[in-house]
Design a protein. Structure first.
Length: 56
């Protein structure tokens, strides 16, 4: 299961994008994770300062 970013709390700071080893995170008004590329490693969730990323 891929991680997901909560658009309500994401502040688009980019901390998660630099931590993703597969490049699954794309930039926009808020960031998003491509579930076909995400390997569910959790590096993005660990890097997120607002706790906006979950593996559920």
């Amino acid at each position: 299961m891929a991680h997901k970013i909560n658009p309500e709390t994401c502040v688009a700071c980019g901390a998660c994008q630099g931590e993703c080893p597969t490049g699954a995170i794309t930039e926009g008004d808020v960031y998003s994770i491509d579930p076909d590329i995400c390997i569910d490693c959790g590096a993005c969730a660990d890097a997120c300062p607002t706790g906006s990323i979950s593996g559920e």
